[in-house]
Design a protein around this ligand. Structure first.
Ligand SMILES: Cc1cc2nc3c(=O)[nH]c(=O)nc-3n(C[C@H](O)[C@H](O)[C@H](O)COP(=O)(O)O)c2cc1C
Length: 347
């Protein structure tokens, strides 16, 4: 197969590499996949207003996220079950992230244990995604293990009190093959009790989590100004504006459309990131112009992993890095500080 020249070509090649049930699990959204499609079309409807005659001979896109330096404002969103794409699973992804100088949010539902992932990369590049379980002792033990392994933040996913209706998975009777496990649970003897439904997770639970760890806490799945205001009132350190890649409530606005009001609600009191439908350097540029500190990609990582393991993820990150550098050059923005709202239509 020809080496892909963009993320969409990775998507096409990944389709060839994966059996249908896995492809559908990775690719799918909930219900009618309206939000899934909106995440892409919203980016296509945002138009840029480039500046010219700016010295763009050097492009600097390095930044920090919650104090951790990253070489680009593009991070890896937590996605479950990487070993379905490649035998080395999350460890391969983590090595690629390390080489790219990015940062990975490791999913609770990883198919490599959080400790084994931490062993293969600089742990300054790792945050841990958490679901709250009915049994808070299970939850707390996961937090302790992430702390002990050197993870730098806890990313609590708040848009999944129940799982969205993924009809592709229902049709395929999707399940993990017997040769794989949710490694974080099987190593600690909790196999089987991991399913969070119907855990009761409210702002009070968040107060419990705040008191249970000194790590920074990021809420993933905030979509409104009101919830952003509540998040900062509860001492949250970061927000990921996200609709879970269109996999939870179908019919929501695209996450990039929610970004401006969340930024207003956060009012500069915490960092705000965004995920959903980022496939091009210009998408990153648009999200940053709307005020995101960084963006995250979900499915593109899985496509890279499926096509060529660690190398594939590394190349996907390189493509997005290079596209962003070019987009910054052509927009007249040599640094991240130059990327302002005035870059967008109607600003
Ligand atoms: C296959 C798959 C599994 C996912 N698993 C999780 C998960 O375990 N926890 C979580 O918070 N988000 C999960 N997500 C959502 C991603 O973190 C992210 O919000 C979304 O994929 C971003 O959209 P994109 O795929 O269009 O880049 C998953 C997404 C996909 C596609």
């Amino acid at each position: 197969m020809l080496k892909p020249v963009n993320v969409f070509e990775y998507e096409k090649q990944a389709r060839e590499c994966l059996e249908l049930a896995i492809w559908d699990y990775y690719q799918g959204g909930s219900d009618d996949e309206i939000t899934l499609r909106a995440n892409r079309s919203a980016f296509e409807n945002i138009r840029l207003r480039p500046r010219v005659l700016v010295d763009v001979s050097t492009i600097d896109m390095s930044t920090t996220v919650l104090g951790s330096p990253v070489q680009m404002p593009l991070l890896i969103a937590p996605t479950a079950f990487h070993r379905l794409a490649h035998y080395d699973g999350e460890c391969a992804t983590a090595r690629a992230v390390d080489a790219a100088g990015s940062l990975m949010v490791v999913a609770t539902f990883a198919t490599c244990s959080l400790e084994s992932i931490a062993a293969v990369c600089d742990t300054n590049r790792l945050w841990f995604q958490l679901y709250i379980y009915r049994d808070l002792i299970v939850t707390e033990e996961l937090v302790r293990r992430a702390e002990a392994a050197g993870y730098r933040a806890i990313v609590l996913t708040v848009d999944a009190p129940r799982l969205g209706r993924r009809e592709r998975d229902m049709r395929n009777a999707f399940a993990l093959p017997a040769t794989m496990s949710i490694a974080n649970f099987s190593t600690s003897g909790y196999a089987g009790s991991y399913i969070p439904e119907p855990a009761i997770v409210t702002w009070q639970t968040l107060e419990w989590l705040r008191s249970a760890t000194t790590l920074p806490i990021v809420l993933k799945g905030i979509m409104t100004r009101n919830d952003a205001q509540l998040a900062v009132a509860h001492g949250i350190d970061g927000i990921v504006v996200s609709n879970h890649g269109g996999r939870q409530l179908d019919g929501t606005i695209a996450s990039i459309e929610a970004l401006p009001e969340v930024i207003e609600g956060a009012d500069g009191r915490c960092e705000v990131y965004c995920d959903g439908g980022i496939r091009r350097g210009t998408d990153v540029l648009k999200a940053l112009a709307l005020g995101a500190r960084a963006v995250l990609v979900g499915r593109p990582t899985l496509w890279g992993l499926a096509v060529n393991g660690e190398e594939g993820v590394r190349h996907v990150l390189q493509l997005l890095h290079d596209e962003l550098a070019l987009a910054m050059s052509l927009a007249g923005c040599p640094t991240l500080q130059d990327i302002q709202a005035s870059l967008l239509k109607n600003a």
